[in-house]
Ligand binder design. Structure first.
Ligand SMILES: NC(=O)C1=CN([C@@H]2O[C@H](COP(=O)(O)OP(=O)(O)OC[C@H]3O[C@@H](n4cnc5c(N)ncnc54)[C@H](OP(=O)(O)O)[C@@H]3O)[C@@H](O)[C@H]2O)C=CC1
Ligand SMILES: O=C(CO)COP(=O)(O)O
Length: 316
């Protein structure tokens, strides 16, 4: 039996594909009334058009997940540290499916898990995948990072489904940082497109953004080959190119001078966290700095572009 914490779009999509593959799934959401309603409506508010099969038990009571040896965590990154201790669970394996860096502690999801659930083996699941695609059973591939190779292998086998193919690695930092940092670049790309700066500008931002991801993540212990994989280059390609990305949509609205839609956008907090990490580790992050300024309203798109173009010429 698999437990999923967070009945948002992604947690629910994972529940649907795992149940379709034959798993019994307990899906916990913080809104107990909505989860009770979901038992009869057989859908959750964040993914209303996706029916929940009989193999999924929606619940607002975390105790219903106490028999689940593996728990997937799919709440927004900035709420992970408050969610975990409140659940009262002690799973053997805890797989983070959230993308970001905790702004208070600058920890990735597996470090947060280790802090609150020291007995659990932590892992991270990340890569290019829109919740709607996974829920529809469209082909998807993700990275599963687990420092314990044998647990990682077991999780890979358990969580892969006929349409969701997992690749495993022991490079937890690479999987975490690739998935977290690409959201920052997606905001920047959305702003460029929204402001009418063109496809060439987007390609330049993606490429230089990827250079920043490489610099910061390798300084923090990630391996280059992981960052060139699904949770890095792969997810960067998806989110920087698709209006379906909420991070891209946020940047797009800012680029057009409009009010951004109200949605989970992990890239805003992660951009700030990345700047702090960059300052500590002596890593220059010009695209990230411009994105932070843009999101905070300190810079307009034109100022941000000027700041990037006026930097000293350098080698690639
Ligand atoms: N959507 C996608 O396509 C993908 C998302 N992800 C990642 O999955 C994670 C979750 O995103 P997603 O499911 O899309 O987000 P949603 O906005 O769809 O849902 C967020 C979920 O987290 C809950 N939540 C929000 N704030 C808190 C809080 N403070 N404490 C506890 N629970 C909270 C929400 O509860 P409530 O409904 O009650 O507000 C909801 O169940 C993110 O890190 C995201 O980057 C990864 C890959 C794809
Ligand atoms: O991470 C995602 C796809 O891999 C989803 O991106 P958004 O959170 O920007 O919608």
């Amino acid at each position: 039996m698999i437990g999923i914490v967070g009945a948002g779009a992604f947690g629910t999509a994972l529940a649907v594909t795992l149940a379709r593959a034959g798993h019994e799934v307990r899906l916990w959401g913080r809104d107990a009334a909505a989860m009770t309603a979901a038992r009869t409506v057989r859908a959750v508010p964040r993914l209303p058009d996706v029916p929940l099969s009989d193999g999924i038990m929606p619940t607002g009571d975390a105790a219903d997940l106490s028999d689940c040896g593996t728990i997937l965590l799919s709440v927004p990154m900035q709420s992970l540290a408050t969610t975990l201790p409140a659940l009262g669970l002690r799973p053997a394996h805890a797989v983070a499916a959230c993308k970001g860096v905790d702004l208070t502690t600058l920890e990735g999801p597996t470090r947060v898990i280790a802090r609150f659930w020291p007995d659990a083996t932590p892992a991270i699941l990340s890569g290019p995948s829109f919740a709607a695609d996974i829920a529809r059973g469209l082909p998807t591939a993700l990275s599963l990072g687990c420092a314990d190779a044998s647990v990682g292998g077991r999780l890979q086998a358990a969580l892969s489904t006929p349409t969701l193919r997992l690749y495993r690695t022991t490079d937890v930092a690479g999987v975490e940082l690739g998935g977290a940092l690409k959201n920052v670049v997606a905001i920047a790309c959305g702003a460029a497109i929204g402001a009418g700066l063109g496809e060439s500008a987007r390609a330049a931002l993606m490429t230089r953004g990827m250079a920043e991801i490489m610099r910061l993540a390798t300084a923090l212990g990630a391996r280059r080959e992981t960052l060139m994989g699904l949770s890095g280059l792969g997810d960067l390609a998806l989110t920087c190119a698709s209006p379906a990305s909420r991070n891209f949509a946020l940047g797009h609205a800012l680029g057009r001078g409009e009010t951004p839609p109200d949605a989970t956008t992990e890239g805003t907090a992660t951009a700030e966290a990345a700047l702090r990490l960059g300052a500590t580790h002596g890593v220059e992050l010009p695209v990230t700095a411009a994105t932070v300024g843009l999101v905070a309203g300190r810079l307009g798109v034109e100022d941000a572009v000027r700041a990037l173009l006026e930097r000293d010429l350098t080698t690639e």
